[in-house]
Ligand binder design. Structure first.
Ligand SMILES: Nc1ncnc2c1ncn2[C@@H]1O[C@H](COP(=O)(O)OP(=O)(O)O)[C@@H](O)[C@H]1O
Ligand SMILES: [Mg+2]
Length: 351
């Protein structure tokens, strides 16, 4: 398949960037694929350990060259020394971890992101219920609301008030249903439209993640905004994700976008734990009868097609919506109920 015109233009521009040793960056074997999303353009340059400093000017020149052709997208060029540049491209094993420079977050053992292609598919609902389900297995769990454009974790967990600070610099996370939670929502004015330009969003995300005193967590669940934008890429570059869970509804359109999201995480070498089909089928509240209103099963077929695990189905159910809106997700209000069980099963697979 021919390159997207923007990628082709950037590749051409990278021919003018010299790497130590003489060749051009475009021909350098440690160049990763160029990842293009509607709002971001990213790639990584892998160098021999110890060569990071020498590649500083290359990173700057590559960023400048890419910026000239990125058509307003945020450009993220990372240098990484975690694999040998020789044959890096040809030998890139699929199980290789993120190829960008990441650093751990203090006190957090594992980080799991919850992503989707489209909005409104139930990503946030799945995030909090998955967090609660994992917590019920005895783990210490936190939730970070990375949907800076539409933070919904405060509502889902019934969080109110501004966050407190610990020793002036660090946020103290909110406590809700036994989870530690952090969101930018309570810091915004009600109904304020949030306009984040790419770099601002990345730094807000960094602050929420790193300037929160999480204590000791076994798992942090990160609720992402929909799509494949700069928050997703920036997160992948900031921390080493243990894996990502993708949420989709059974409809074709949602699945097409879910595939794009999965494709992006695969290219960023983030392990995909699997796909959840949310709003999989409808259970009538009065009769308990099941209806496959969206043509249930599409996500399972997509997961098989993409060779990733299928994590399970969550029914479309009034109680899931009502409990979420009330700030008491089903896994907290009725942990033994049928709806919560769907999340418990998924949590077991993720764990
Ligand atoms: N399985 C479900 N059954 C019923 N309502 C659901 C279900 N999953 C999500 N919802 C509702 O759909 C809406 C969108 O869900 P949300 O989790 O905010 O999606 P996203 O984070 O993907 O935008 C919310 O009102 C939520 O309560
Ligand atoms: Mg959401």
């Amino acid at each position: 398949m021919a390159d997207h015109p923007v990628i082709a233009a950037v590749k051409l521009a990278l021919k003018t960037v010299q790497v130590p040793g003489g060749s051009s960056l475009a021909d350098y074997p440690g160049m990763s694929d160029i990842i293009l999303t509607p709002s971001a353009l990213a790639f990584a340059i892998s160098v021999e350990p110890g060569m990071e400093g020498a590649f500083g000017p290359v990173q700057a020149a590559a960023t400048e060259a890419a910026n000239a052709h990125a058509e307003g997208r945020k450009v993220l060029v990372s240098i990484t020394a975690d694999r040998a540049p020789a044959n890096a491209k040809a030998g890139a094993a699929p199980q290789q971890k993120s190829q960008v420079q990441t650093s751990p977050v203090k006190g957090i053992k594992q980080i799991i992101a919850v992503a989707s292609g489209k909005g409104g598919v139930g990503k946030s609902t799945c995030s909090v219920n998955l967090a609660l389900a994992l917590k019920s297995t005895g783990l210490k769990v936190g939730v970070l609301d990375a949907d800076l454009y539409g933070p919904s974790i405060p509502k889902l967990l019934g969080i109110e008030g501004k966050p407190a600070f610990r020793d002036e610099k660090m946020f103290q996370p909110f406590e809700a249903h036994g989870l530690e939670a952090m969101s930018i929502g309570p810091m915004l004015e009600p109904d304020q439209a949030v306009v984040w330009r790419g770099p601002m969003a990345s730094s807000a995300l960094r602050q929420l993640l790193r300037e929160t005193d999480w204590g000791n967590l076994d798992v942090l669940i990160i609720d992402l905004p929909p799509g494949t934008g700069d928050i997703q890429i920036s997160l992948c570059q900031q921390v080493e994700l243990t894996g990502v869970v993708i949420v989709s509804t059974p409809q074709d359109l949602a699945l097409i976008d879910a595939k794009k999201a999965m494709d992006m995480f695969m290219r960023l070498k983030i392990p995909i734990f699997g796909l959840i089909e949310n709003m999989s089928y409808f259970i009538a509240p009065d009769t308990g009868k099941r209806y496959d209103i969206f043509g249930h099963g599409g996500a399972k077929a997509t997961a098989e097609q993409m060779n990733i695990p299928f994590l399970g189905e969550v029914p479309l159910h009034m109680s899931i919506r009502e409990q979420s809106d009330a700030g008491t997700p089903v896994c907290a209000s009725d942990p033994d109920g049928k709806e919560a069980q769907a999340f418990m099963e998924i949590a077991k697979k993720v764990a």
